[in-house]
Ligand binder design. Structure first.
Ligand code: CTP
Length: 401
């Protein structure tokens, strides 16, 4: 997925054991289409060699401020010009202190001081170093200076201790970087989503479910986080990993999904119902596994499940609601009717046969202005466009925001 296509990233490594993760980070950035120029401190070269970083990035690696491979000996200027961001990963406690003081005694620190692009920092250190008062003061100062801090993560450390200070994993840094480049259309807002299928038990070993993969809902949750929202995702069973930055709550049945949604509704600004909720559940669930008797087939009695979206939309002071409709025919007619029936301002419709388990999708937005078709794209790109459309309509509905 080329979602960092044409981005030019200067990746700076300062000295720390997390340098080993920087090798994988370069690969992850390149496979997403970024061009990566690696700059290392002398200390970083003790942990991983410039040769490794050069082989992975496919570009010359710089360490020395006096390197004359760059025109006019101006590596500290040339490397950052035209870059979309400088990312320091790992950033040691010492390197962050240097950034705070504006010191420029090697190529990487000089490059940071002379930059004309955003600076992003992924700290990596022992937990006591992270918690130390000078480090915390430096982090606060860097934030005040407009420098983005990615992480750190928490967990087991190379020194054998456990706590905060680990560098984020490469894919988590990639997620933060992608987020950094997205406009913050939902900054300060809280978004609640449902996604995936629900499963309704028949007996202790059998269930009724549907073919929803959850991909669209997960992509929307990720896009909402990238747009600056605080995101809670209530998900039926899927094989998807929880998007970084998103809080996921797992449920099985429609009733559980309804209960978890209702208990998390307070304070939410936007509710996006993407889940393929089972319309019915089985009333006569067997407490034992139903056995074949060779002649008859089991009789299942169905009872209607709660309509979660309609219930949320009916709340007096509830969030602004967005629904989804996967139809197999008559999309326009059914979607318009469904939007009005559920009492929601926006409904996103698609043809089920085009989207179930697919990575690409095409959708139509239905609102009080009519309908608007979005072009076929990856679910991630469609999700970003939908978040754009949702943010626009939400803000129109609440002009003070
Ligand atoms: N939805 C919901 N709770 C339900 C059923 C649906 O919250 N019990 C939500 C879905 O998440 C989706 C929208 O309502 O956002 C429409 O879902 P869909 O299954 O297409 O609509 P239904 O109301 O179930 O209508 P039908 O199955 O007859 O098409």
């Amino acid at each position: 997925m080329q979602d960092l296509l044409d981005k030019r990233i200067v990746l700076g490594l300062s000295g720390g054991i997390a340098c080993y993760k920087a090798a994988d980070l370069v690969r992850r950035l390149i496979e997403r289409g970024a061009q990566v120029d690696v700059v290392m401190t002398e200390a970083a070269t003790r942990f991983i060699t410039p040769v490794t970083m050069q082989a992975l990035s496919g570009r010359p690696v710089f360490v020395d401020a006096w390197d004359n491979r760059v025109h006019n000996n101006m590596a500290h200027i040339q490397l950052s010009r035209g870059a979309d961001a400088i990312l320091i990963a790992p950033a040691s406690a010492d390197f962050m202190a240097k950034l705070v003081q504006g010191r420029a005694d090697d190529l990487l620190s000089t490059l940071c001081l002379a930059r004309a692009c955003p600076l992003l920092v992924a700290p990596a250190m022992n937990r006591e170093m992270w918690l130390a008062a000078p480090t915390q003061r430096n982090v606060a100062q860097l934030t005040q200076d407009g420098i983005e801090i990615f992480g750190p993560g928490s967990g087991e450390q190379a020194c054998g201790e456990t706590g905060d200070g680990r560098m984020l994993e490469p894919l988590q840094i990639v997620a933060e970087l992608k987020r950094f480049f997205q406009p913050k259309l939902l900054a300060g807002l809280r978004v609640l989503l449902t996604a995936g299928p629900t499963v309704e038990p028949i007996d202790p070993v059998r269930v009724l479910s549907n073919r929803s993969s959850g991909k669209t809902g997960y992509a929307l949750a990720e896009a909402a986080w990238e747009a600056g929202a605080s995101v809670t995702l209530i998900s039926g069973p899927t094989s998807l990993p929880c998007p970084f930055g998103v809080t996921r709550l797992n449920v099985d049945t429609a009733q559980q999904m309804r209960d978890v949604v209702m208990s998390h509704l307070s304070g939410q600004d936007i509710f996006i119902a993407v889940a393929a909720v089972a319309d019915w559940r089985i009333q006569n669930i067997s407490s034992e596994k139903i056995k074949k008797d060779g002649t008859s087939t089991p009789e299942l009695n169905f009872v209607a499940n709660p309509d979660i979206l309609a219930e949320v939309a009916a709340q007096q002071t509830g969030p602004w609601c967005v629904g989804f409709a996967a139809e197999t025919e008559n999309l326009s007619e059914f979607a318009h009717a469904k939007r009005l029936r559920k009492g929601i301002p926006m409904l996103i419709g698609n043809l089920a046969q085009h989207v179930m388990d697919a990575d690409h999708t095409t959708v139509t937005i239905f609102d009080d202005q009519g309908e608007h078709v979005l072009p076929k794209e990856t679910k991630q790109e469609v999700a970003r466009q939908l978040i754009h459309a949702i943010a626009e309509r939400f803000k129109q509905s609440k002009p003070s925001r």
